[in-house]
Design a binder for this molecule. Structure first.
Ligand SMILES: O=C(O)[C@H]1O[C@H](OP(=O)(O)OP(=O)(O)OC[C@H]2O[C@@H](n3ccc(=O)[nH]c3=O)[C@H](O)[C@@H]2O)[C@H](O)[C@@H](O)[C@H]1O
Length: 432
Protein backbone atom coordinates (compact mmCIF):
# COMPACT_ATOMS: atom_id res chain seq x y z
CA UNK A 1 0.00 0.00 0.00
CA UNK A 2 2.79 2.29 0.94
CA UNK A 3 4.43 1.51 -2.37
CA UNK A 4 1.18 2.29 -4.16
CA UNK A 5 1.04 5.52 -2.24
CA UNK A 6 4.58 6.24 -3.15
CA UNK A 7 3.86 5.68 -6.84
CA UNK A 8 0.71 7.68 -6.52
CA UNK A 9 2.71 10.41 -4.88
CA UNK A 10 4.68 11.05 -8.08
CA UNK A 11 3.04 14.06 -9.58
CA UNK A 12 2.59 14.49 -13.30
CA UNK A 13 4.43 17.80 -13.02
CA UNK A 14 7.95 16.94 -11.75
CA UNK A 15 8.63 20.39 -10.39
CA UNK A 16 5.77 19.94 -7.96
CA UNK A 17 7.18 16.74 -6.45
CA UNK A 18 7.83 17.11 -2.80
CA UNK A 19 10.46 14.50 -1.91
CA UNK A 20 10.45 13.18 1.60
CA UNK A 21 14.29 13.07 1.27
CA UNK A 22 14.47 16.76 0.42
CA UNK A 23 17.85 18.10 -0.77
CA UNK A 24 19.63 14.74 -1.57
CA UNK A 25 17.02 13.67 -4.10
CA UNK A 26 16.98 17.08 -5.75
CA UNK A 27 20.78 16.89 -6.02
CA UNK A 28 20.56 13.52 -7.82
CA UNK A 29 17.94 14.80 -10.21
CA UNK A 30 20.00 17.94 -10.99
CA UNK A 31 23.07 15.80 -11.64
CA UNK A 32 21.14 13.68 -14.11
CA UNK A 33 19.85 16.78 -15.89
CA UNK A 34 23.34 18.28 -15.99
CA UNK A 35 24.75 15.06 -17.47
CA UNK A 36 21.96 14.92 -20.06
CA UNK A 37 22.40 18.55 -21.17
CA UNK A 38 26.20 18.16 -21.23
CA UNK A 39 25.79 15.32 -23.70
CA UNK A 40 23.41 17.42 -25.77
CA UNK A 41 25.86 20.33 -25.75
CA UNK A 42 28.80 18.10 -26.66
CA UNK A 43 26.75 16.61 -29.47
CA UNK A 44 25.95 20.06 -30.80
CA UNK A 45 29.61 21.13 -30.61
CA UNK A 46 30.65 18.03 -32.58
CA UNK A 47 27.87 18.61 -35.10
CA UNK A 48 28.84 22.24 -35.76
CA UNK A 49 32.58 21.51 -35.86
CA UNK A 50 32.01 18.81 -38.44
CA UNK A 51 29.66 21.00 -40.43
CA UNK A 52 31.95 24.03 -40.46
CA UNK A 53 35.04 21.98 -41.32
CA UNK A 54 33.23 20.30 -44.19
CA UNK A 55 31.75 23.61 -45.41
CA UNK A 56 35.12 25.37 -45.18
CA UNK A 57 36.57 22.48 -47.15
CA UNK A 58 33.80 23.01 -49.69
CA UNK A 59 34.45 26.72 -49.93
CA UNK A 60 38.21 26.13 -50.20
CA UNK A 61 37.47 23.67 -52.95
CA UNK A 62 35.26 26.27 -54.65
CA UNK A 63 37.93 28.93 -54.41
CA UNK A 64 40.54 26.47 -55.68
CA UNK A 65 38.33 25.68 -58.63
CA UNK A 66 37.64 29.34 -59.28
CA UNK A 67 41.37 29.99 -59.42
CA UNK A 68 41.54 27.39 -62.19
CA UNK A 69 45.27 27.04 -61.89
CA UNK A 70 46.61 23.91 -63.49
CA UNK A 71 49.86 22.37 -62.31
CA UNK A 72 52.89 24.57 -62.68
CA UNK A 73 56.45 24.75 -61.48
CA UNK A 74 59.56 22.65 -61.94
CA UNK A 75 62.67 23.21 -64.06
CA UNK A 76 61.04 22.37 -67.42
CA UNK A 77 58.15 24.75 -66.75
CA UNK A 78 60.53 27.53 -65.61
CA UNK A 79 62.59 27.08 -68.75
CA UNK A 80 59.48 27.50 -70.91
CA UNK A 81 58.54 30.64 -68.96
CA UNK A 82 62.04 32.10 -69.36
CA UNK A 83 62.29 31.25 -73.06
CA UNK A 84 58.93 32.79 -73.83
CA UNK A 85 59.80 36.02 -71.99
CA UNK A 86 63.30 36.29 -73.54
CA UNK A 87 63.86 39.62 -75.33
CA UNK A 88 65.10 39.28 -78.91
CA UNK A 89 65.49 42.93 -80.00
CA UNK A 90 68.08 45.42 -78.62
CA UNK A 91 65.66 47.78 -76.85
CA UNK A 92 62.92 45.24 -76.26
CA UNK A 93 60.83 44.75 -73.16
CA UNK A 94 59.71 41.65 -71.31
CA UNK A 95 55.95 41.72 -70.97
CA UNK A 96 53.60 39.61 -68.91
CA UNK A 97 50.31 39.61 -70.85
CA UNK A 98 47.32 38.57 -68.73
CA UNK A 99 44.27 37.37 -70.65
CA UNK A 100 46.64 36.30 -73.44
CA UNK A 101 44.18 33.76 -74.86
CA UNK A 102 41.53 36.48 -75.07
CA UNK A 103 40.72 38.49 -78.18
CA UNK A 104 42.82 41.61 -77.51
CA UNK A 105 45.42 39.62 -75.54
CA UNK A 106 46.17 37.31 -78.46
CA UNK A 107 46.64 40.16 -80.93
CA UNK A 108 48.79 42.24 -78.56
CA UNK A 109 50.96 39.24 -77.62
CA UNK A 110 51.56 38.35 -81.27
CA UNK A 111 52.43 41.96 -82.16
CA UNK A 112 54.91 42.27 -79.29
CA UNK A 113 56.58 38.99 -80.20
CA UNK A 114 56.82 40.01 -83.88
CA UNK A 115 58.88 43.04 -83.01
CA UNK A 116 61.23 41.13 -80.71
CA UNK A 117 59.82 41.72 -77.25
CA UNK A 118 59.69 38.90 -74.72
CA UNK A 119 56.12 37.79 -74.01
CA UNK A 120 54.71 35.45 -71.41
CA UNK A 121 50.96 34.86 -71.40
CA UNK A 122 48.68 34.09 -68.47
CA UNK A 123 45.07 32.97 -68.89
CA UNK A 124 42.55 30.94 -66.90
CA UNK A 125 40.74 29.67 -70.03
CA UNK A 126 37.35 30.08 -68.37
CA UNK A 127 34.18 29.12 -70.21
CA UNK A 128 32.46 32.53 -70.40
CA UNK A 129 32.53 31.80 -74.13
CA UNK A 130 33.63 28.79 -76.14
CA UNK A 131 37.03 27.75 -74.71
CA UNK A 132 37.97 25.97 -77.94
CA UNK A 133 38.35 29.41 -79.54
CA UNK A 134 40.73 30.36 -76.72
CA UNK A 135 42.66 27.11 -77.26
CA UNK A 136 42.90 27.88 -80.98
CA UNK A 137 44.32 31.32 -80.16
CA UNK A 138 46.75 29.65 -77.76
CA UNK A 139 47.91 27.29 -80.51
CA UNK A 140 48.43 30.29 -82.76
CA UNK A 141 50.62 32.01 -80.17
CA UNK A 142 52.53 28.83 -79.40
CA UNK A 143 53.57 28.64 -83.03
CA UNK A 144 55.30 32.01 -82.62
CA UNK A 145 57.01 30.90 -79.42
CA UNK A 146 54.64 32.35 -76.82
CA UNK A 147 53.88 30.20 -73.79
CA UNK A 148 50.57 30.83 -71.99
CA UNK A 149 50.64 29.79 -68.35
CA UNK A 150 47.26 28.44 -67.32
CA UNK A 151 46.25 30.21 -64.14
CA UNK A 152 44.09 32.88 -62.57
CA UNK A 153 45.14 36.43 -61.75
CA UNK A 154 43.81 35.85 -58.22
CA UNK A 155 46.46 33.20 -57.65
CA UNK A 156 49.10 35.39 -56.02
CA UNK A 157 51.45 32.48 -55.35
CA UNK A 158 51.61 31.78 -59.07
CA UNK A 159 51.99 35.49 -59.91
CA UNK A 160 54.87 35.86 -57.44
CA UNK A 161 56.51 32.80 -58.92
CA UNK A 162 56.30 34.31 -62.41
CA UNK A 163 58.03 37.46 -61.15
CA UNK A 164 60.67 35.31 -59.40
CA UNK A 165 61.47 33.58 -62.67
CA UNK A 166 61.35 36.69 -64.92
CA UNK A 167 62.00 40.34 -64.06
CA UNK A 168 59.17 41.65 -66.25
CA UNK A 169 59.67 45.26 -67.28
CA UNK A 170 55.97 45.60 -68.24
CA UNK A 171 52.60 44.05 -67.54
CA UNK A 172 49.84 44.26 -70.14
CA UNK A 173 46.86 43.46 -67.96
CA UNK A 174 43.95 42.39 -70.17
CA UNK A 175 42.47 39.55 -68.11
CA UNK A 176 38.94 40.56 -67.14
CA UNK A 177 35.32 39.54 -67.10
CA UNK A 178 34.01 41.29 -70.20
CA UNK A 179 30.49 41.89 -71.47
CA UNK A 180 28.00 44.50 -70.38
CA UNK A 181 24.78 42.47 -70.25
CA UNK A 182 26.22 39.28 -68.67
CA UNK A 183 26.88 41.27 -65.47
CA UNK A 184 23.22 40.84 -64.51
CA UNK A 185 23.53 37.06 -64.75
CA UNK A 186 26.84 36.58 -62.98
CA UNK A 187 27.75 39.69 -60.97
CA UNK A 188 30.33 37.96 -58.78
CA UNK A 189 32.51 37.02 -61.75
CA UNK A 190 33.00 40.76 -62.40
CA UNK A 191 34.05 41.38 -58.80
CA UNK A 192 36.31 38.31 -58.89
CA UNK A 193 38.19 39.24 -62.06
CA UNK A 194 37.90 43.01 -62.47
CA UNK A 195 38.32 44.03 -58.84
CA UNK A 196 39.87 41.21 -56.76
CA UNK A 197 42.00 40.03 -59.69
CA UNK A 198 43.24 43.53 -60.44
CA UNK A 199 44.19 44.05 -56.80
CA UNK A 200 46.07 40.70 -56.68
CA UNK A 201 47.97 41.70 -59.78
CA UNK A 202 48.86 45.14 -58.40
CA UNK A 203 49.86 43.68 -55.02
CA UNK A 204 52.38 41.41 -56.72
CA UNK A 205 53.60 44.19 -59.04
CA UNK A 206 54.13 46.60 -56.16
CA UNK A 207 56.35 44.08 -54.34
CA UNK A 208 58.27 42.99 -57.44
CA UNK A 209 61.84 44.12 -57.84
CA UNK A 210 62.03 45.94 -60.18
CA UNK A 211 58.41 47.05 -60.23
CA UNK A 212 57.00 46.74 -63.77
CA UNK A 213 55.11 49.49 -65.59
CA UNK A 214 51.48 48.43 -66.07
CA UNK A 215 49.11 49.08 -68.97
CA UNK A 216 45.61 47.73 -68.45
CA UNK A 217 42.19 47.54 -70.09
CA UNK A 218 39.54 49.91 -68.84
CA UNK A 219 36.41 50.48 -70.93
CA UNK A 220 34.34 53.06 -72.78
CA UNK A 221 31.49 51.91 -70.57
CA UNK A 222 32.85 54.04 -67.69
CA UNK A 223 31.17 57.04 -69.38
CA UNK A 224 27.82 55.43 -68.53
CA UNK A 225 25.00 57.95 -68.65
CA UNK A 226 27.29 60.80 -69.71
CA UNK A 227 25.60 62.64 -72.60
CA UNK A 228 28.35 65.08 -73.56
CA UNK A 229 29.88 63.90 -76.85
CA UNK A 230 32.45 63.00 -77.92
CA UNK A 231 33.51 61.40 -74.63
CA UNK A 232 36.66 63.01 -73.31
CA UNK A 233 38.86 61.67 -70.51
CA UNK A 234 37.95 64.81 -68.57
CA UNK A 235 34.21 64.00 -68.63
CA UNK A 236 32.42 62.57 -65.62
CA UNK A 237 32.54 58.83 -65.15
CA UNK A 238 30.54 58.52 -61.96
CA UNK A 239 27.28 57.28 -63.50
CA UNK A 240 27.97 53.69 -64.67
CA UNK A 241 25.00 51.96 -66.30
CA UNK A 242 26.18 48.40 -65.63
CA UNK A 243 28.09 46.49 -62.99
CA UNK A 244 30.71 45.82 -65.66
CA UNK A 245 31.20 49.58 -66.06
CA UNK A 246 31.24 50.04 -62.28
CA UNK A 247 34.02 47.45 -61.87
CA UNK A 248 36.09 49.11 -64.61
CA UNK A 249 35.57 52.49 -62.97
CA UNK A 250 36.57 50.95 -59.63
CA UNK A 251 39.69 49.66 -61.40
CA UNK A 252 40.62 53.21 -62.39
CA UNK A 253 40.31 54.34 -58.75
CA UNK A 254 42.31 51.32 -57.55
CA UNK A 255 45.00 52.22 -60.10
CA UNK A 256 45.13 55.70 -58.62
CA UNK A 257 45.69 54.25 -55.15
CA UNK A 258 48.55 51.95 -56.17
CA UNK A 259 50.17 54.76 -58.11
CA UNK A 260 49.85 57.09 -55.14
CA UNK A 261 51.03 54.73 -52.40
CA UNK A 262 53.54 52.49 -54.15
CA UNK A 263 54.79 54.49 -57.14
CA UNK A 264 53.47 52.05 -59.75
CA UNK A 265 53.40 53.44 -63.30
CA UNK A 266 49.85 52.82 -64.51
CA UNK A 267 48.09 53.47 -67.82
CA UNK A 268 44.40 52.62 -68.26
CA UNK A 269 43.05 52.27 -71.80
CA UNK A 270 39.34 52.85 -72.36
CA UNK A 271 38.59 50.52 -75.30
CA UNK A 272 35.56 51.33 -77.47
CA UNK A 273 33.70 48.19 -78.73
CA UNK A 274 36.70 46.38 -80.23
CA UNK A 275 36.00 44.00 -83.11
CA UNK A 276 37.89 41.93 -85.67
CA UNK A 277 39.25 38.47 -86.54
CA UNK A 278 39.57 36.06 -83.59
CA UNK A 279 36.97 38.21 -81.79
CA UNK A 280 34.62 37.45 -78.91
CA UNK A 281 31.54 35.35 -79.75
CA UNK A 282 29.46 37.17 -77.11
CA UNK A 283 29.69 40.46 -79.00
CA UNK A 284 26.90 41.63 -81.30
CA UNK A 285 28.85 41.79 -84.61
CA UNK A 286 30.02 38.21 -83.99
CA UNK A 287 26.73 36.52 -83.11
CA UNK A 288 24.86 38.61 -85.69
CA UNK A 289 27.16 37.07 -88.33
CA UNK A 290 26.50 33.57 -87.00
CA UNK A 291 22.72 34.09 -86.83
CA UNK A 292 22.42 35.82 -90.23
CA UNK A 293 24.18 32.83 -91.79
CA UNK A 294 21.84 30.45 -89.98
CA UNK A 295 18.75 32.41 -91.06
CA UNK A 296 17.90 33.19 -87.42
CA UNK A 297 16.37 36.55 -86.55
CA UNK A 298 18.64 39.06 -84.85
CA UNK A 299 17.55 41.49 -82.12
CA UNK A 300 18.47 45.07 -83.04
CA UNK A 301 18.08 47.48 -80.17
CA UNK A 302 16.62 50.95 -80.55
CA UNK A 303 16.20 53.69 -77.96
CA UNK A 304 12.95 55.43 -76.95
CA UNK A 305 11.04 57.12 -79.80
CA UNK A 306 12.91 55.00 -82.38
CA UNK A 307 16.17 56.59 -81.26
CA UNK A 308 19.35 55.26 -82.88
CA UNK A 309 21.68 53.03 -80.88
CA UNK A 310 25.25 53.51 -82.07
CA UNK A 311 28.77 52.42 -81.19
CA UNK A 312 32.23 53.78 -81.89
CA UNK A 313 33.35 50.35 -83.22
CA UNK A 314 37.15 50.14 -83.17
CA UNK A 315 39.17 47.70 -85.23
CA UNK A 316 41.57 45.39 -83.41
CA UNK A 317 44.70 46.46 -85.33
CA UNK A 318 44.15 50.08 -84.28
CA UNK A 319 43.70 48.95 -80.67
CA UNK A 320 46.92 46.92 -80.84
CA UNK A 321 48.82 49.99 -82.05
CA UNK A 322 47.39 51.96 -79.14
CA UNK A 323 48.39 49.24 -76.66
CA UNK A 324 51.96 49.04 -77.96
CA UNK A 325 52.31 52.82 -77.95
CA UNK A 326 51.07 52.88 -74.34
CA UNK A 327 53.70 50.30 -73.39
CA UNK A 328 56.42 52.17 -75.29
CA UNK A 329 55.65 55.50 -73.63
CA UNK A 330 55.11 54.07 -70.14
CA UNK A 331 57.63 55.47 -67.69
CA UNK A 332 59.26 53.25 -65.12
CA UNK A 333 57.56 52.64 -61.79
CA UNK A 334 59.38 54.48 -59.01
CA UNK A 335 58.99 52.19 -56.01
CA UNK A 336 61.11 49.37 -54.73
CA UNK A 337 60.71 46.88 -51.91
CA UNK A 338 57.02 47.79 -51.85
CA UNK A 339 57.83 51.45 -51.07
CA UNK A 340 57.31 54.51 -53.25
CA UNK A 341 60.48 56.47 -54.06
CA UNK A 342 58.91 59.31 -56.01
CA UNK A 343 55.89 60.33 -58.09
CA UNK A 344 55.03 57.90 -60.88
CA UNK A 345 53.13 58.17 -64.15
CA UNK A 346 49.34 57.74 -64.02
CA UNK A 347 47.43 57.96 -67.32
CA UNK A 348 44.10 57.11 -68.88
CA UNK A 349 43.33 57.21 -72.62
CA UNK A 350 40.33 56.70 -74.86
CA UNK A 351 41.09 54.24 -77.65
CA UNK A 352 38.15 54.59 -80.03
CA UNK A 353 37.54 55.18 -83.70
CA UNK A 354 35.86 58.61 -83.42
CA UNK A 355 33.07 57.71 -85.84
CA UNK A 356 30.04 56.06 -84.25
CA UNK A 357 27.95 53.79 -86.49
CA UNK A 358 24.30 52.84 -85.82
CA UNK A 359 23.82 49.15 -85.04
CA UNK A 360 21.36 48.89 -87.96
CA UNK A 361 24.15 50.05 -90.33
CA UNK A 362 26.46 47.41 -88.88
CA UNK A 363 23.81 44.83 -89.85
CA UNK A 364 23.55 46.28 -93.39
CA UNK A 365 27.33 45.97 -93.83
CA UNK A 366 27.21 42.34 -92.63
CA UNK A 367 24.33 41.59 -95.05
CA UNK A 368 26.39 42.87 -97.98
CA UNK A 369 29.52 40.99 -96.92
CA UNK A 370 27.70 37.73 -96.21
CA UNK A 371 25.36 38.14 -99.18
CA UNK A 372 22.47 37.09 -96.93
CA UNK A 373 19.48 39.21 -95.91
CA UNK A 374 19.18 39.46 -92.13
CA UNK A 375 15.91 38.75 -90.34
CA UNK A 376 15.76 41.93 -88.30
CA UNK A 377 13.80 42.05 -85.09
CA UNK A 378 13.87 45.61 -83.84
CA UNK A 379 13.30 45.89 -80.11
CA UNK A 380 13.54 48.38 -77.27
CA UNK A 381 17.00 48.75 -75.73
CA UNK A 382 16.67 46.52 -72.66
CA UNK A 383 17.48 48.00 -69.27
CA UNK A 384 20.39 45.69 -68.65
CA UNK A 385 23.39 47.96 -68.80
CA UNK A 386 23.49 49.07 -72.44
CA UNK A 387 23.96 52.76 -73.19
CA UNK A 388 22.50 54.41 -76.28
CA UNK A 389 25.73 55.50 -77.92
CA UNK A 390 29.48 55.84 -77.50
CA UNK A 391 31.82 58.26 -79.23
CA UNK A 392 35.47 58.73 -78.34
CA UNK A 393 37.44 61.93 -78.28
CA UNK A 394 40.94 60.61 -78.99
CA UNK A 395 42.94 63.83 -79.02
CA UNK A 396 44.82 62.86 -75.87
CA UNK A 397 45.85 59.44 -77.26
CA UNK A 398 46.74 61.09 -80.58
CA UNK A 399 48.97 63.64 -78.87
CA UNK A 400 50.72 61.35 -76.36
CA UNK A 401 50.65 57.95 -78.06
CA UNK A 402 50.58 58.96 -81.72
CA UNK A 403 47.35 56.94 -81.90
CA UNK A 404 45.63 57.27 -85.30
CA UNK A 405 42.90 54.73 -86.01
CA UNK A 406 42.78 53.99 -89.73
CA UNK A 407 40.23 51.20 -90.26
CA UNK A 408 36.59 52.03 -90.94
CA UNK A 409 33.82 49.59 -90.01
CA UNK A 410 33.28 48.38 -93.59
CA UNK A 411 36.97 47.47 -94.02
CA UNK A 412 37.30 45.94 -90.56
CA UNK A 413 34.17 43.82 -90.89
CA UNK A 414 35.37 42.56 -94.26
CA UNK A 415 38.48 41.20 -92.56
CA UNK A 416 36.39 39.77 -89.75
CA UNK A 417 34.00 37.99 -92.11
CA UNK A 418 36.87 36.53 -94.11
CA UNK A 419 38.36 35.13 -90.92
CA UNK A 420 34.97 33.93 -89.63
CA UNK A 421 34.21 31.99 -92.77
CA UNK A 422 37.61 30.36 -92.91
CA UNK A 423 37.59 29.50 -89.21
CA UNK A 424 34.03 28.19 -88.84
CA UNK A 425 32.85 27.24 -92.29
CA UNK A 426 36.00 25.79 -93.84
CA UNK A 427 37.27 24.47 -90.52
CA UNK A 428 33.76 23.06 -89.88
CA UNK A 429 33.87 24.29 -86.30
CA UNK A 430 30.35 25.10 -85.25
CA UNK A 431 30.49 24.81 -81.50
CA UNK A 432 30.27 28.53 -80.65
O1 LIG B 1 33.34 49.53 -75.28
C1 LIG B 1 33.32 48.82 -74.30
O2 LIG B 1 33.89 49.11 -73.27
C2 LIG B 1 32.51 47.57 -74.31
O3 LIG B 1 32.37 47.15 -75.66
C3 LIG B 1 31.56 46.01 -75.83
O4 LIG B 1 30.25 46.29 -75.34
P1 LIG B 1 29.14 46.78 -76.36
O5 LIG B 1 29.49 48.07 -76.96
O6 LIG B 1 27.84 46.70 -75.62
O7 LIG B 1 29.25 45.67 -77.50
P2 LIG B 1 28.20 44.61 -78.05
O8 LIG B 1 27.68 43.77 -76.97
O9 LIG B 1 28.87 43.93 -79.18
O10 LIG B 1 27.03 45.51 -78.59
C4 LIG B 1 27.23 46.39 -79.70
C5 LIG B 1 25.97 47.11 -80.01
O11 LIG B 1 24.97 46.18 -80.43
C6 LIG B 1 23.79 46.38 -79.68
N1 LIG B 1 23.14 45.06 -79.52
C7 LIG B 1 23.69 44.13 -78.77
C8 LIG B 1 23.11 42.89 -78.61
C9 LIG B 1 21.90 42.64 -79.27
O12 LIG B 1 21.31 41.55 -79.17
N2 LIG B 1 21.36 43.60 -80.05
C10 LIG B 1 21.94 44.82 -80.20
O13 LIG B 1 21.42 45.69 -80.92
C11 LIG B 1 24.23 46.99 -78.39
O14 LIG B 1 23.19 47.77 -77.82
C12 LIG B 1 25.39 47.85 -78.83
O15 LIG B 1 24.93 49.08 -79.25
C13 LIG B 1 32.15 44.85 -75.08
O16 LIG B 1 31.31 43.72 -75.20
C14 LIG B 1 32.38 45.15 -73.64
O17 LIG B 1 33.06 44.07 -73.05
C15 LIG B 1 33.13 46.45 -73.48
O18 LIG B 1 34.46 46.24 -73.77
Amino acid sequence: MKQMNHIDDIPSTPGKYKSPYGYRNRWHSNLAKLTFWSFVLLGLIFFFCFRSSSSSAASADLSRRSLRTSSWGGPVWEKRVRNSARIKSPNGMSVLVTGAAGFVGTHVSAALKRRGDGVLGLDNFNDYYDPTLKRARQALLERSGIFIVEGDINDMVLLKKLFDVVAFSHVMHLAAQAGVRYAMQNPSSYVHSNIAGLVSMLEVCKSANPQPAIVWASSSSVYGLNTKVPFSEKDRTDQPASLYAATKKAGEEIAHTYNHIYGLSLTGLRFFTVYGPWGRPDMAYFFFTKDILKGKSIPIFEAANHGTVARDFTYIDDIVKGCLAALDTAEKSTGSGGKKKGPAQLRVFNLGNTSPVPVSDLVSILERLLKVKAKRSVMKLPRNGDVQFTHANISSARRELGYKPSTDLQTGLKKFVRWYLSYYENGKKNDH
